[in-house]
Design a protein around this ligand. Structure first.
Ligand SMILES: [Ca+2]
Ligand SMILES: [Ca+2]
Length: 483
């Protein structure tokens, strides 16, 4: 919790100099984002595979923009409507810590495409294909640092925080190098101009949004100016504040970010949906979504390239697959912008970095069990997209009696006079519940037995005699039209 108090104080002082943005900003509500790490996605051009070693998770693996363009139909078939790709800039060529810059977070030139990924022409081809398919594109923007071995570090020593600045500062998170990376001083005018120009450069090539890396470590006055520019240009902004909870997301939405990743939900779902914890922590995270100015924009995810794979939370692969189905259905019932990391739709396994960055595998390489997880992912996305309440509706958490609260989470989503009841069931056995409507705080007309919206799931609801009757399978999330 300590990190909540400090930013609030710092932001208050920063905000006094500049009025907080008042316009609502661009929206991604209703979108489904698919996260791609291009080097680990698909190799569409073997001619750019210098230094590729697929047996080594710390080396380049050959994936590229040509491959991503070829696989756009795959992403569309899954149902995603937007792509966020980790950085594709030109990277340092040397290895650091025996690791190549395949991940994209060790930039050497922010306005070129790394030759492993292709060229500016390949990027433009990708953008044209994505736009043609009606998809939005979110580009990763690194604004905190250059790569360890980037020539700019020696060429412009005044651009970077050194030991002297780090020793002198009270704000170690911002003014000291993150993992020893050459740390940009965004208050230096030349650095500001460089970083502003980077945004304009990629915006001009048609991207719809920026995912800003490591914002916890970036100077705030600069960040606020950057957000103003993005908002004026209509660019959607998604901040990565590692471990952000609702309080952090709320504060930054006030300051001009359209969205942040809700790390607290990811941690709670890992514990409750994949693990053995009750649903109490998830309920607490969702209860706090009332604090958000724009709850429809917050980015919701089960895993990403910086945390162990969701499925890895179970020691057993089959249990990891079963609970990933539960996690996918559950995530897709919530208000916000779901972000699916490549491979989560087949419950790919992997521990901490770099094990969570194994090569994506496609249909012909899947086991029947992986295909079954994919079918659930695709169905849950389709159900969400077809349902105005699930896509963009308001969200109301229902009070469940204490004796059932460990295993049962209920919420409603409403939009345009339509209502969907969402039920997450965490119990290990099939269970029926009969709950008084008055206790849940909702009104509903009598309703015959109604099946879940999700395909291949045995879950039912009915309303009779002032009671809501639910029949739910173990460890799964269901959604029902409630009249
Ligand atoms: Ca390649
Ligand atoms: Ca910094």
């Amino acid at each position: 919790m300590h990190h909540l108090i400090l930013p609030a104080l710092l932001l208050a002082s920063a905000a006094s100099a500049q009025a907080a943005p008042t316009s609502t900003g661009p929206s991604f509500e209703g979108q489904i984002i698919y996260q791609v790490m291009p080097d680990r996605f698909f190799d569409g051009d073997p001619s750019n595979n210098a230094g590729v070693d697929r047996a080594n998770l710390r080396a380049w693996h050959g994936g590229d923009l040509a491959g991503l363009t070829q696989k756009l139909p795959y992403i569309q078939k899954l149902g995603a409507t937007a792509i966020w790709m980790t950085p594709i800039y030109r990277q340092q060529t040397a290895k650091s810590f025996d690791t190549a810059a395949y991940h994209g977070y060790w930039p050497a030139d922010f306005r070129q495409v790394d030759p492993h990924f292709g060229s500016m022409a390949t990027f433009d081809t990708f953008m044209k294909a994505a736009k043609g398919a009606g998809m939005k594109v979110v580009l990763d923007q690194v604004i905190n640092h250059y790569g360890y071995e980037a020539p700019a570090v020696k060429a412009n020593p005044g651009w970077f925080n050194g030991k002297a600045q780090c020793d002198a500062t009270k704000n170690k998170d911002v003014d000291c190098p993150l993992a020893g990376l050459p740390d940009l001083r965004q208050s230096v005018p030349a650095v500001r101009q460089q970083l502003f120009g980077n945004g304009d450069f990629w915006r001009a090539r048609g991207v719809d949004g920026f995912r800003y890396d490591a914002i916890k470590h970036v100077e705030r006055p600069f960040l606020l100016d950057l957000l103003k520019k993005d908002r004026a240009a209509g660019t959607w902004t998604l901040g990565e504040w590692y471990d952000a909870d609702a309080g952090t997301v709320a504060e930054w939405q006030k300051q001009g970010f359209d969205s942040l990743f809700l790390f607290s939900l990811q941690a709670a779902m890992r514990g409750s949906v994949m693990g053995a914890s009750s649903l109490v922590n998830v309920r607490e995270v969702l209860r706090r979504s009332d604090e958000l100015a724009r709850p429809g924009e917050v980015a919701l995810f089960l895993d990403n390239h910086d945390v162990p794979r969701f499925s890895q939370g179970s020691f057993f692969e089959d249990e990891g697959q079963a609970r990933t189905k539960y996690g996918l259905r559950a995530l897709l019932t919530l208000r916000g912008v779901p972000v699916l990391y490549q491979g989560t739709e087949i419950a790919m396994r992997g521990g901490a970095d770099p094990d969570n960055r194994r090569d994506m595998r496609f249909e012909s390489q899947w086991t029947p069990a992986e295909k079954a997880v994919y079918n659930v992912a695709r169905d849950a996305i389709a159900v969400r997209k077809a349902s105005p309440p699930l896509s963009r509706g308001t969200q109301t958490l229902l009070p469940v009696p204490d004796r059932q609260a460990d295993d049962l989470l209920l919420l409603t989503r409403e939009q345009g006079g339509q209502r969907v009841l969402v039920a997450w069931h965490n119990g290990l056995k099939r269970q029926s519940y009969s709950l008084k409507l008055s206790t849940l705080g909702i009104k509903a007309n009598a309703q015959d037995v109604t099946k879940t919206l999700f395909a291949g799931q045995d879950a039912k609801v009915s309303v009779k005699g002032g009671y809501l009757h639910l029949s739910l399978p173990p460890k799964d999330a269901a959604a029902f039209v409630l009249r």
